[in-house]
Ligand binder design. Structure first.
Ligand code: SER
Length: 396
């Protein structure tokens, strides 16, 4: 991706510009939460800025009022397979704004357009919008459509792509997404047909709750929930071709390739997963066989698998302290780097041991042919070898 744009704006300045813009319009800044949702919440990690605000979207009065703005760290495991492309990170930060039963969607889009073009200096000719075109349950979002038409921004109408929900049930609603052209040619085509249109900001009119039977009921109030992926927008504003090249990854790009010479895709995976692992540990998670701890375990093991592919002597022991400190500081976490490193190294030791045991067990004649369900169960229950690990050991 390359917009040919370079406003030279640092990530910190994007955050300040965004927050101040909305504070000037009556929004109060709330402190972002950790990656861990409150007890009893069905999701493992906070996946979007709205997530900690669910009770307020459902009608509980927020102590700071009806207009809010924040910066929230998020983790999306659904994006794990996409890591390494130019726009997805496992842990990322989302700038968000909320109208809790206050102003409506057109106001939010107007502000969004002005902030992107005037506040952040984006050429309006590089923007494209998408809008909910209606389905069997909800009519077309004509109010948003009109805003974009009045502004002269091209619009595409879709169904599923312009519907936002946090899960199969709960608050949800139609959205209007703003895309930025990142191709080398003048803009062409539309966001659903050309992935050089990169989504930067989603404005959801959150006014329904989906029930277990799939039906929609109105929420007690009509809310607006917007979310903007910080690293993605910052890298575009900095004229960089991927999220891994924006300023927050500077120390990673300076230190890791010299330590572990890897191809670009592997480097991206190492930056993304190690940084995510540090943040997750910083929020109090430890590696485990289930739940959040298992996500952490997978992140660390994927890094080690990549590192050991060409050189099994590589170790997280060599990870520079600066990267741990930089990450904990960036996410405003007070953990000690020594504690984070200890957890990473414990996990490395455990994984090394498991791989050795796995190789020995799989060398037995019984496991030379195709494996049955019974074999997988035995390998797991008796030797602690999960199915995906067995599969990858047999591929070598
Ligand atoms: N909840 C929406 C999203 O995550 C907007 O914040 O995209």
């Amino acid at each position: 991706m390359n917009t040919g744009m370079n406003t030279g704006m640092s990530t910190d300045r994007v955050v300040r510009t965004f927050i101040e813009y909305f504070e000037e319009r009556g929004h109060r800044r709330i402190t972002g939460s950790t990656l861990l949702p409150p007890p009893g919440d069905p999701v493992l990690f906070t996946t979007s800025g709205m997530h900690p605000l669910t009770p307020y979207l459902e009608g509980r009065p927020h102590p700071l009022g009806r207009r809010l703005v924040n910066l929230q760290r998020c983790l999306r495991t659904t994006d794990l397979e996409e890591v390494g492309d130019t726009t997805h990170l496992t842990v990322f930060e989302m700038l968000g704004t909320w109208s809790l039963g206050d102003y409506e969607g057109p106001q939010s889009l107007d502000w969004g357009y002005d902030l992107l073009t005037e506040g952040l200096g984006i050429d309006p000719g590089l923007l494209h919008a998408t809008v909910h075109g209606g389905d069997e349950q909800v009519g077309p979002d004509t109010a948003s459509l009109r805003v974009w038409q009045d502004r002269g921004v091209p619009v595409e109408l879709t169904e599923e792509d312009n519907w936002w929900s946090n899960g199969p049930v709960g608050p949800c609603g139609p959205d209007s997404e703003i895309f930025l052209w990142t191709g080398d040619t003048p803009p062409r085509s539309t966001p659903t047909r050309d992935d050089r249109w990169v989504e930067v900001w989603n404005h959801v009119t959150m006014r329904y709750r989906r029930l277990d039977d799939g039906s929609l009921v109105p929420l007690p109030q009509r809310n607006i929930d917007t979310g903007l992926g910080l690293e993605r927008l910052a890298s575009l504003l900095q004229g960089r071709s991927s999220v891994f090249e924006c300023d927050v990854f500077d120390p990673w790009r300076r230190l890791v390739p010299a330590l572990w010479p890897l191809d670009e895709l592997s480097l991206r995976l190492v930056y993304d997963h190690l940084r995510s692992a540090v943040v997750v540990i910083g929020d109090g998670v430890t590696p485990a066989a289930t739940g959040r701890g298992y996500v952490l375990r997978r992140l660390v093991r994927r890094v080690l698998t990549v590192l050991w592919r060409d050189d099994p002597s590589r170790s997280l022991h060599d990870l520079p302290d600066e990267l741990l400190t930089h990450t904990l500081d960036h996410f405003r976490q007070n953990g000690e780097t020594a504690g984070v490193r200890r957890l990473l190294l414990d996990e490395e030791r455990r994984f090394r041991g498991l791989l050795e045991r796995g190789r020995q067990v799989l060398a037995r004649p019984r496991f030379h042919g195709p494996l049955t369900g019974e074999d997988f169960r035995y390998l797991h229950d008796t030797h602690g070898l999960p199915r995906d690990l067995v599969m990858s050991l047999r591929e070598r």
